[in-house]
Design a protein around this ligand. Sequence first.
Ligand SMILES: Nc1ncnc2c1ncn2[C@@H]1O[C@H](COP(=O)(O)OP(=O)(O)O)[C@@H](O)[C@H]1O
Ligand SMILES: [Mg+2]
Length: 331
Amino acid sequence: MNAMIETTDVVKHFKTKDGVVKAVDGVDISVTEGEVLGLLGPNGAGKTTLVKIIATLLEADSGTATVGGFDVSDVAKVRPLIGLAGQFAAVDDVLTGRENLEIVGRLYQLSGKEAADRATEVLERLSLTDAADRLVRTYSGGMRRRLDLGASLVGQPTVLILDEPTTGLDPRTRLELWDFLRELVAGGTTVLLTTQYLEEADELADRIAVIDSGKIIAKGTADELKERLGGDVLFAAPVDRSKIDDVGRIVGAIGNGDPWIDDRTGEVSIPVPNRIEALLAAGRQLEDEGIELADLGVKRPTLDEVFLALTGHAAEVEADEPAPSGKGGRR
Ligand SMILES: Nc1ncnc2c1ncn2[C@@H]1O[C@H](COP(=O)(O)OP(=O)(O)O)[C@@H](O)[C@H]1O
Ligand SMILES: [Mg+2]
């Protein structure tokens, strides 16, 4: 299969007042034609830096990156292949939605008529026809994000790069945008999608690469990543919350690694190699110690648990904010 995007050992440093940051630290990814690769990682993981290198907007310190078989240093060959929708909507506030898209069309060397037709088409596709002639200033956050996505589609790109397309959107608008993205990717476009939302990667991506501190720490389908935890997760919740550490000790001896104790839900969970044996052993031992249970069972792990197991920290942490307290974590 053809790799539409391929990076090999890409490294990028930034100099800051506090020293040097290694933003991208030897990244290899490849996205085959028609595939959606989800690049999943928390804030500051290096996603945007890698995206900019692939989109010819930033030069790597070392390593190689190609798009459609062309090295990214061949800007004239690579740029026409790419549509990029950034993390922050890049559309102009004091123009209408239609005007924004027509300008992009003209930048792609379309004639006035072609640019107008293309704008109409894209507006229709993103359900912005009714708002087309209003100033963008009056658009909601979700509409802006859609228009920004529209701008990246004007040039009919072979490769679409979406950098955190739904970050900061409310849940309903995010679901709406996912529908658009699903339609788009069903059309066979090759997509590199960065996200800090596990659910988004799970929903939209064929394969996921997990990035943390500039390094790819895992790759695979969502199912494969979940398998890595050993298949299943045992969970147990005592009726009496003060017994939660005892539950942690008991299930900790049954499963793999350290138990995850969630103070918020009062639940203890841990990956287990054999679901039935683990469930029986936990039930027996908890009963032996006289711990009454509100809940006990086995489930498939969520991507959240996968991420936590891989990195030791949660994926969805807001910018410049400490992790929410009381949300549990490894002990
Ligand atoms: N222009 C820059 N100058 C200095 N440091 C930067 C610059 N851009 C990014 N960084 C740093 O590089 C790291 C990766 O950033 P970024 O690629 O934006 O991550 P992400 O998109 O995953 O949030 C962070 O530590 C960030 O602070
Ligand atoms: Mg970013």
